[in-house]
Design a protein around this ligand. Structure first.
Ligand code: LLP
Length: 432
């Protein structure tokens, strides 16, 4: 694994493998301007070393433990990214049959797959049972009954965990907070024991674990610590009722530094969480986690070209060739992504811009009120673009999805070709 380019240039906050060298922005040993010329823009560029380095923080935290890290692939489900984690021994947290197909195509191990989500279909259950996945994270009593029926019909017993809702406030954006009462996720803490007893009585199921996930982009350790207490209370109650749990799955949610955010390091957080697990005597149980964003978010940037500068009376606009279809987070969650030039433009005057895309919506903005010295033709990097960007990208305005590169040292591998109009129209038909 190559080292972060320390000392070789000015590192960007939160992005240990992205740095300026001699005034030009690099991902590992690859100059972004060169790859943007070769592959066009918008272009996602990911650092393999950054992903493995983020993973190693969790691995350090779990050293000497029976633990399984299941990458929550909804954060970035590109095959080349999944392959990195499969080769590193990770399992995967999936939420659809399509994601299972991707895991298998990328060389992942079905036995290390956990299947989350509130709305699994019977067909998806059958597919996952046939593939031999490790566990279904069930989110409702009704789902337990259906899964039991599907498994029994196949002569199988489905391994299940029940997602419990610890009712703690993760203090994050309401759209990505999931562990509070009133969210559609999980079963209520008060109902959990009864529902476990119901699960244990169903002949198509084998109860193997308990899981929770309280939200995403969590930067404060307190909700995690509170949720762990609540989950461990339930482990005691469930085991006292005679139902053995082989594993505890604590979900994902650890935040990253987008804009001066200071989430705890994964290993430091787990030191605290494991102290709780040990104190309650559950240290020998298998531990599972489902991190997504924290493994890939700051491993990726999106390179984009400035198309036009449009000065205005109230606002100056910097119009770029990436848009809300490529980078949906600002439009959806008012999310902040840092935007930096690939190279300084010493001829352009500094001004405050709204950085916007070409899509015909006022919501198509990538950054508000950014100080930039830019001109048309300059290239910019939108940072922290490794998670929930390409995986949420759309074809709105019939814009092809961007190309993706995976950087490994000085090598840049194309892991996704740019989508063209023919690709987009392939499954459509004219009538008559
Ligand atoms: N496990 C479950 C059951 C989840 O629902 C999620 C994320 C994860 C694990 C991974 O969470 P992470 O470690 O990535 O925070 N599109 C939003 C984020 C949605 C998260 C959905 N669930 C965003 O762009 O901020």
């Amino acid at each position: 694994m190559s080292r972060p380019p320390e000392g070789a240039g000015q590192q960007l906050p939160g992005h240990p493998f992205v740095a300026y060298r001699d005034g030009s922005l690099y991902v590992e040993d690859v100059a972004l301007d060169a790859v943007a010329r070769a592959h066009g823009t918008p272009l996602f560029v990911y650092s393999r070393a950054a992903m493995l380095s983020a993973l190693s923080a969790y691995q350090r935290g779990f050293a000497g433990r029976d633990a399984q890290i299941c990458y929550a692939m909804k954060a970035n489900s590109s095959l080349g990214v999944l392959q990195v984690f499969a080769r590193a021994g990770c399992g995967f947290d999936i939420v659809s049959g399509g994601e299972l197909d991707r895991v298998l195509a990328a060389g992942g191990d079905a036995g290390k797959v956990i299947f989350s989500g509130v709305g699994k279909t019977r067909a998806e259950m059958q597919q996952a049972l046939s593939a031999g996945i490790g566990c279904f994270n069930v989110e409702s009593e009704a789902e337990l009954d259906v899964l039991s029926g599907v498994a029994a019909g196949m002569g199988l017993r489905a391994p299940v965990s029940i997602r419990v809702n610890p009712n703690v406030d993760p203090k994050t954006h309401p759209y990505i907070s999931t562990g509070l009462k009133g969210n559609k996720f999980g079963v209520a803490h008060e109902e959990a024991l009864r529902i476990y007893q119901h699960a244990a009585s169903l002949k198509g199921l084998k109860v193997v674990g308990i899981d929770c996930h309280i939200g995403s982009q969590i930067t404060d350790p307190t909700p995690y610590l509170d949720a762990m207490d609540r989950v461990l209370d339930l482990v005691s109650a469930i085991e006292n009722a005679g139902i053995t749990l082989d594993h505890i799955d604590f979900g994902g949610g650890l935040g990253i530094n987008y804009n001066g955010d200071t989430p705890p390091e994964a290993d430091a957080l787990w030191l605290q969480l494991l102290a709780k697990v040990d104190a309650r005597g559950y240290g020998s149980k298998k531990l599972m986690i489902e991190p997504g964003r924290s493994l890939v978010g700051n491993a990726g940037v999106c390179v984009t070209e400035v198309l036009y500068i449009k000065p205005g009376e109230q606002k100056n606009f910097c119009i770029i060739d990436a848009a809300m279809n490529d980078l949906p987070r600002p439009a959806m969650y008012q999310a902040f992504h840092a935007i930096v030039p690939l190279e300084p433009n010493t001829r352009a005057a500094k001004a405050t811009y709204d950085v916007v895309g070409p899509v015909c919506e006022s919501g198509d903005w990538i950054g508000h009120d950014r100080e930039l010295a830019v001109a048309a033709g300059d290239k910019l990097a939108v940072l922290s673009a490794g998670a929930y960007c390409m995986s949420m990208a759309s074809n709105y305005n019939t814009r092809g999805r961007a190309a993706e590169l995976l950087v490994d040292g000085s090598q840049a591998h194309v892991i996704r070709q740019r989508e063209n109009s023919q690709d987009q129209m392939r499954h459509e038909r004219l009538v008559g």
